[in-house]
Design a protein around this ligand. Structure first.
Ligand code: URA
Length: 264
């Protein structure tokens, strides 16, 4: 579990992280994503000869283009949509998971290279909690990943006070604990040692793990999130971040497009 001291490590990039914005899209879709017009109106613009690609008028709405294709509408250049990026950060304790902090504390955004993109955290960790937090500029995906409907599992390691963790306490954590905002959903709980447990929950209530543990007689002394959905910290240094690869991003999108979801 994380100690209190950390130094800012160099960012890491997943082997299959895209170096450039992803694949090309059809011209009409490109215009729609750039906010020029709806897909249907974009097709009309294209048919009217008002759109050019690389200096040539194009009337085929199915023409594949990307941000570097030199798309213009009525002679005005379009940059195209921002590439969607996802980062995993091992948040140190003491760093806040908000975009800004009125008390001048370090924010998670300061630990991730944004490269001019507007990133924001996917959900929150308490300031004292360390571990895995995602940051992205994909608002739709972020909203789905934290929405209770999608029940994304999150795993925590908790060092507990209150003596050796009993079988009864574990069983109560598993079956549901009465909190002031209602009983918690079934969870997975296992003892790691006499004073440490691993807990997986699918909800995301405020300070939920701390409140659950306290309710069963074991106040949390240190808390770390080790997994978020299919992703694990897996040796990422405290304070370090890495850009997720395409395969990892796809697994997250699949979670957010499940039976309750629909296409992103
Ligand atoms: N539960 C908590 O109590 N704190 C966190 O930071 C995350 C989950």
């Amino acid at each position: 579990m994380a100690g209190a001291r950390w130094r800012r490590p160099a960012p890491m990039v997943a082997a299959d992280a895209p170096a450039h914005p992803p694949a090309t899209v059809r011209l009409a879709k490109f215009l729609a994503h750039a906010g020029v017009a709806s897909r249907r109106s974009a097709e009309t613009l294209i048919a009217a000869g008002r759109v050019s690609v690389g200096g040539q008028i194009v009337t085929d709405p199915a023409r594949d283009v990307g941000p570097d294709s030199g798309v213009t509408v009525d002679g005005k250049a379009l940059a195209g949509p921002e590439p969607r990026v996802l980062y995993m950060l091992n948040k140190p304790p003491g760093v806040v998971s908000t975009v800004r902090d009125t008390h001048g504390r370090t924010t998670v955004l300061e630990l991730v290279p944004a490269d001019g993109l507007r990133l924001y955290p996917v959900g929150r960790l308490d300031v004292d909690t360390s571990g895995l937090i995602l940051l992205t500029n994909d608002g739709e995906l972020a909203n789905r990943l934290i929405h209770p409907r999608f029940q994304v599992p999150k795993t925590y390691r908790a060092k507990l006070g209150g003596g050796s963790v009993s079988r009864d306490a574990l069983e109560a954590l598993r079956s549901g604990v009465q909190l002031e905002d209602g009983i918690t959903a079934p969870a997975q709980a296992r003892r790691v040692s006499a004073h440490e447990i691993e807990l997986t929950i699918r909800e995301g209530r405020n300070r939920q793990v701390r409140r659950m543990c306290k309710a069963v007689g074991h106040p949390v002394l240190a808390l770390e999130r080790t997994r978020f959905g299919p992703l694990a910290l897996a040796g990422l240094e405290l304070g370090a971040c890495r850009r997720l690869g395409e395969a990892e991003a796809e697994r997250l999108r699949a979670l957010a497009c499940g039976p309750a979801g629909g296409a992103l």
